[in-house]
Design a protein around this ligand. Structure first.
Ligand code: ZN
Length: 282
């Protein structure tokens, strides 16, 4: 079974809740760290989806071209990396348009997909889905069916589903992977779709979760960030809740990814869901 691999393309200081107006002072490392991921994917012939932050596309246009030229799908991760429930609908639309234009101008292809910063499409920001559809987005991967302090809709669908607006417009929602616990354990979905969890779990546990999902005949979506394969990036003072996961076990990401690529087959959202996206676009 082919699964989806994706990368949220942002620099190390962009995913730790530092406002955009303070980003100027930090060392740029995204081209080097993304280069490591591109090299690894080339070795295993993985064509992924790269959700590029608009600010990254603006500062590093050559990186976006390099991703595109290597055969990966380029989608959007918004512009400023602000949590969606902290934005007004108008501001969200404005940032989304800007991020889509930046990427489309560089790749010459339409942007089909979106992932929210910190998976922040929650019960408080479901309005964002209508705006995404309105702006031409065909699939979204932002609703995480788990409990987490800053994101999650715990009872949302774990598997890809078509969601429909009141006007009848449809879009595909594809959550990253979770494993459903059930009785005698409490009913809850265990996150196992990458990011910090890939670094926290020993590899055997990560693989076990994904194999169990595969045995259920279900779809798997796994993601990482470029800074997770850059253990040397600067250590700065952050609130404990942020630093505890951000800097945890960064050395382990690249070797674990390599094993994942040996044990599972990954492609982009655009490829794995080609027929669903075709149906939605007509
Ligand atoms: Zn992000």
């Amino acid at each position: 079974m082919d699964h989806v691999f994706s990368i949220d393309v942002e620099d190390w200081y962009q995913g730790i809740e530092i406002p955009m107006d303070q980003w100027g002072e930090f060392e740029r490392r995204v081209e080097a760290s993304m280069g490591r991921l591109l090299d690894l994917m080339a070795r295993y012939d993985v064509r992924a989806t790269c959700f590029v932050l608009g600010k990254v596309a603006e500062e590093h246009p050559d990186l976006v071209r390099r991703i595109h030229d290597a055969g990966h799908e380029v989608a959007t991760h918004g512009y400023s990396h602000e949590k969606i429930y902290n934005l007004s609908p108008d501001r969200f639309r404005e940032e989304l348009r800007r991020s889509i234009e930046l990427v489309q101008d560089l790749t010459g292809e339409p942007v089909l997909g979106h992932r929210a910063p910190y998976f922040t499409i929650t019960e408080d920001s479901l309005w964002a889905l209508d705006i995404l559809r309105d702006e031409g987005i065909l699939y979204d991967s932002s609703i995480h069916p788990v409990f987490n302090y800053r994101y999650g809709i715990p009872n949302a669908d774990r598997q890809p589903s078509v969601i429909e607006s009141e006007e009848g417009e449809q879009m595909l929602e594809v959550p990253v992977a979770t494993y459903p616990l059930s009785s005698p354990l409490p009913d809850a979905n265990v996150p196992c779709g990458g990011g910090a969890y890939l670094r926290i779990y020993p590899y055997w546990l990560q693989r076990w979760c994904l194999q169990k999902i595969e045995e259920r005949g279900e779809h798997i979506s796994v993601y990482v960030h470029p800074w997770e394969v850059d253990p040397e990036h600067p250590k700065i003072d952050l609130p404990f809740r942020v630093s505890a996961t951000h800097y945890w076990n960064l050395d382990s990401t690249l070797p674990k990814l390599e094993r994942l690529f040996q044990d599972f087959t990954f492609r982009s959202y655009r490829d794995v869901f080609a027929s669903e996206l075709e149906a939605l676009s007509t």
